[in-house]
Design a protein around this ligand. Structure first.
Ligand code: PXP
Length: 249
């Protein structure tokens, strides 16, 4: 069954809207851990629009599960990550004007920089993941640059409806299978919510789902505990339904 990693960026977005000291993303992350989150993810963007460097330092000290730090290939952020030594590092593309991460990293184009940065992060003890679209060329390139994991971008699936969503799901399943065959490990995330998570949780051998916005938004109504446990129930149900359909294989 995939582990649930909760992305706390949007707790920080709310705090930064007023440049206040609250709501504190670390306090919220600890409540998510207490509710059963198996890891905490945050994205230190170059523009620092939500998570701040000090948040990452505090998370690294306070978490009892795992810190998954999302970062771009921008040298200052990479140097910071090397000092922080997160348990996981997920390399993502970043564009200044985007509302959120749009699309996966172009590993083929970034090959040279990745061949330098991936081993540096790995040498500091991080499991290195590349956030990619479910595209066979990107999966193969991720293997070539030495990543441990790919995180499959589920945003297009999440935004699609009907037959188009089915097609996107098929692309994700195929990319996951290809990655496993190549010797990579597989995570998934982006745009997942209470309505669309189950089929993703059912993809064989996906190890971790990174989910942020939907859980943070739901926590405003039902509290952190309920928002996390409800998502976890859906992940469990999706994964169990798949394994009983395949006879437990
Ligand atoms: N995975 C990656 C690589 C991301 O960049 C994000 C968004 O920061 C997420 C997962 C979580 O996406 P969402 O907030 O839509 O659940």
């Amino acid at each position: 069954m995939p582990r649930l990693h909760v992305n706390i960026d949007h707790v920080a977005t709310l705090r930064q809207a007023r440049r206040e000291t609250f709501p504190d993303p670390i306090t919220w992350a600890l409540a998510a851990e207490k509710a059963g989150a198996q890891g905490i993810t945050c994205h230190l963007r170059t523009d620092q629009r939500h998570i701040q460097p000090d948040d990452v330092k505090r998370l690294r000290r306070a978490l009892t599960t795992r810190l998954n730090l999302e970062l771009s290939l921008e040298p200052g952020v990479v140097d910071f990550a090397l000092r922080i030594r997160p348990q996981s590092a997920c390399i993502v593309p970043e564009k200044r004007a985007e509302v959120t991460t749009e699309g996966g990293l172009d590993v083929v184009r970034e090959r040279k920089r990745l061949l330098r940065v991936v081993p540096l992060l790995a040498a500091k003890g991080a499991e290195v993941s590349l956030f990619i679209d479910p595209d066979p060329r990107q999966v193969e390139a991720a293997f070539e640059v030495g990543a441990h994991f790919v995180e499959l971008h589920t945003g297009t699936y999440a935004n699609a409806l009907g037959k188009k969503r089915e097609r996107e799901l098929e692309r994700l399943r195929d990319a996951a299978a290809l990655a496993i065959t190549a010797g990579l490990r597989v995570n998934a995330g982006h745009g997942l919510d209470y309505e669309n998570v189950a089929p993703i949780a059912a993809i064989p051998r996906v190890e971790e789902l990174n989910i942020g916005f939907a859980i943070v938004a739901e926590s405003l109504f039902s509290g952190v505990r309920e928002a996390v446990t409800r998502m976890q129930r859906l992940v469990r149900r999706g994964s169990r339904a798949a394994s009983s359909a395949s006879g437990g294989r």
